[in-house]
Write a protein that binds this ligand. Sequence first.
Ligand SMILES: Cc1cc2nc3c(=O)[nH]c(=O)nc-3n(C[C@H](O)[C@H](O)[C@H](O)COP(=O)(O)OP(=O)(O)OC[C@H]3O[C@@H](n4cnc5c(N)ncnc54)[C@H](O)[C@@H]3O)c2cc1C
Length: 323
Amino acid sequence: MSGILVVLEQRDGKLHKMALEALAAGQQFGAGLGLPVFAAVLGSGVEQVAQSLAGYKLAKVHAIDHELLKDYTPDGFTVALKQLISAHTPSYVVFPHTYQVRDFAPKLATSLGRVLVSDVVGHRVDNDSLVAVRQLFQGKINSDVRFEGEAPFLLSVQAGAYRADTLESGSAPVEKVTPELNPGQIRTKPLELFRESARAVDLSAADIIVSVGRGIREQENIAIVQGLADALGAELAASRPICDNGWLPMERQVGSSGQTVAPKMYLAVGISGAIQHLVGMKGAKTIVAINKDPEAPIFEVADYGIVGDLFQVVPALIDELKK
Ligand SMILES: Cc1cc2nc3c(=O)[nH]c(=O)nc-3n(C[C@H](O)[C@H](O)[C@H](O)COP(=O)(O)OP(=O)(O)OC[C@H]3O[C@@H](n4cnc5c(N)ncnc54)[C@H](O)[C@@H]3O)c2cc1C
């Protein structure tokens, strides 16, 4: 193949939001390196979701279909992808840095005798090879990573690092691939999917996020910001002190030790914009900040800023939205 293979995550025939971001990354790598870009989706009955990719500028879409891939297992996905990679020898294999990818991609890389460069936030092309950019020390430092040795080179891209709305259209053939898989190769038995708690949430899939910080002062006041989230149809998120205090569950924390999110709009209420918070949300398409301190660092990344007291601004916004 000697191209770029982008492995896309789907569930029940629906692509993960980050899948198209990885595809956009793949297209940009391909454009820079002069390599064709291929996509692969895995599952059972995935032809339809594969067809939904036929309108993008891709050399081919592989629909890797097998009854044993119906439910995700690290063994099944690794065996199937290893077969595709061995048959087509792509130079680069690109994944979205989803929870599922974190689970199986290191195993796949090891089974190929390679490493996975994870959580890539950017790239450049140097002497016909890709230099990946990764963040260190909670985003304080960017590091360049070169791939050495033999292809394929595997990497995963961070949520929000590449934008799906930059995807180039085209027309791609879809090819069904049936991997050789037998039940004996799969050592785990998937049970029903569940979320850890009833309120668990995958913030990386949210279009609008309203996020609350220490400016809210007390737990009881969270209801005010929840009201704004409800009025916008948004998910509620928070900075770390809010979750450390137990005012909101940990799964709603955004930042270097929380979730990385890339919604269409991120509204930061009473959040200062510490680097550990910014690394988790600066990929949002539009950032709105409400803060009483005009010097707060959050305004450096904000597209729109309201300098004011959140206890006045938020109720006024809710009133306007309700109108
Ligand atoms: C290893 C490590 C990992 C970390 N990981 C994370 C992480 O994942 N996520 C994270 O968020 N943080 C993380 N932190 C913590 C981070 O450094 C900051 O301490 C934290 O983000 C600050 O949260 P905050 O903005 O809510 O609070 P503060 O920094 O206290 O900011 C509160 C803001 O509210 C404003 N404000 C106050 N009252 C009002 C009002 N009435 N109206 C409007 N504005 C008001 C203030 O002007 C201020 O800007 C981490 C720290 C470390 C060391």
